[in-house]
Design a protein around this ligand. Structure first.
Ligand code: NAD
Ligand code: UD1
Length: 335
């Protein structure tokens, strides 16, 4: 297929693009590089042994999108978004404009070009503090911050867009906590500044770039008091996009799927696993709870297992080993 990947230079987009190229698809990436490096795309092509087309541009610009759709596109994988929860609380309008505005503009240009297949990056954040875990897709949706609100609104806009066209198909993928890197160590997560998320933080402490990990609370009602999440390997996540595309081709309408392993790990368990993978000690200090955090969130991935025939294959040891290889080979990321 001829595929457009928005945000394809980013963490998840780069890993997904490798698999799409390896599967023989023609890939165009549109990215404004606001949170990524063009070097990621060079390495994607090196890993896949094939080239892709890169349009440096913004999904809020029809002109840029029109350039990306030139030559024909069969389906779009829409990952371009801003994703920092804390920043979204300080600058909500920036998030509404970029994420929601970008998605509306994208759907408008898709309509002009007659493209009716869309795979969308949603997030487990749409469940907020779930009443019970693991969560199924029909659990109540409640967001706790502006970033989460953009994901929920984008899901709803896509559902309405889909409902208005009998032949359109959309797949909403609710990612839990993606971690890890390509096993080559050539591409990986490259956060700018101080990482917000746990795994890149732990990796930087192991490397000596940061002195210690601040554990955000050890008084949660979990196995050891620290927060529990459903971490999944980014290569498994990338693979889910291929399965979602196949599903979109065969099934008009809008599907929604949780993407996680179904197994939760606490912060302490993550630290212990990373210490084994890296052979380094991770210094920790216990801090207070982080605002907006939930104690435990894990996926029930049964729908994706059954309907998409997708299942997370990598275990926690692989997630840590691959993160560590990427971090060691690229101590300052793509710089
Ligand atoms: P990322 O920041 O690495 O990638 C996003 C890419 O989109 C970046 O390359 C950025 O430059 C680009 N981008 C942003 N706004 C753009 C715009 N207006 N026009 C063009 N390009 C733009 O993030 P990621 O971790 O790869 O996340 C990809 C998607 O998955 C996002 O939609 C994110 O919200 C979602 N998601 C991520 C996680 C996670 O933990 N990483 C979890 C759940 C959902
Ligand atoms: C965060 C986002 C969420 C987003 C998800 C994936 C918040 C409130 N939520 O979720 O919207 O979808 O990332 O990108 O930011 N932790 C520490 N010390 C740290 C960092 C994290 O103890 O320095 C703990 C957290 O309290 C949590 C766990 O590690 O218990 C995972 O945190 P993180 O990686 O930030 O992911 P989420 O909180 O699940």
């Amino acid at each position: 297929m001829r595929l457009l990947v928005t945000g394809g230079a980013g963490y998840i987009g780069s890993h997904t693009s490798v698999l799409l190229l390896e599967a023989g698809h023609d890939v165009t990436v549109i990215d404004n590089l606001c949170n990524s490096s063009p070097m990621a795309l060079e390495r994607v092509q090196e890993l896949a042994g094939r080239s892709l087309r890169f349009v440096e541009g913004d999904v809020r610009s029809r002109e840029d999108l029109n350039r990306a759709f030139e030559g024909g596109i069969d389906a779009v994988i829409h990952l371009a978004a801003l994703k920092a929860v804390g920043e979204s609380c300080e600058k909500p309008l920036r998030y509404f404009e970029n994420n929601i505005g970008g998605t509306i503009c994208l759907m408008q240009v898709m309509e002009v070009h007659g493209v009716q297949r869309l795979v969308f990056s949603s997030s487990a954040t749409v469940y907020g503090q779930a009443e019970s875990v693991p969560v199924r897709e029909d659990a109540p949706l409640r967001v706790t911050n502006p970033y989460g609100r953009t994901k929920l609104v984008m899901e709803q806009l896509i559902q309405d867009w889909c409902a208005a066209q009998p032949k359109a198909s959309a797949v909403l993928l609710r990612y839990f906590n993606p971690v890890g890197a390509h096993p080559s160590g050539r591409i990986g997560e490259d956060p700018r500044g101080e990482p917000n998320n746990l795994m890149p933080y732990i990796a930087q402490v192991a490397l000596g770039r940061r002195e210690f990990l601040r554990v955000h609370g050890d008084d949660y009602p979990t196995i050891d008091g620290t927060g529990v999440r459903d971490y999944l390997h980014v290569m498994d996540l990338a693979d889910a996009h291929l399965k979602a595309l196949k599903y979109a081709v065969a099934n008009p309408g809008c599907g929604v799927f949780n993407l996680g392993t179904g197994r939760g790990y606490s912060v302490r368990e993550m630290v212990a696993a990373f210490e084994v993978a890296s052979g380094r000690e991770i210094h920790c200090r216990i801090g207070g709870r982080r605002a907006g955090d939930v104690s435990e969130l894990t996926a029930d991935p049964s729908r994706a297992n059954e309907i998409l025939s997708w299942r997370a294959a990598h275990d926690l040891a692989a997630m840590c080993a691959d993160t560590w290889r990427w971090q060691q080979q690229n101590p300052t990321g793509y710089e």
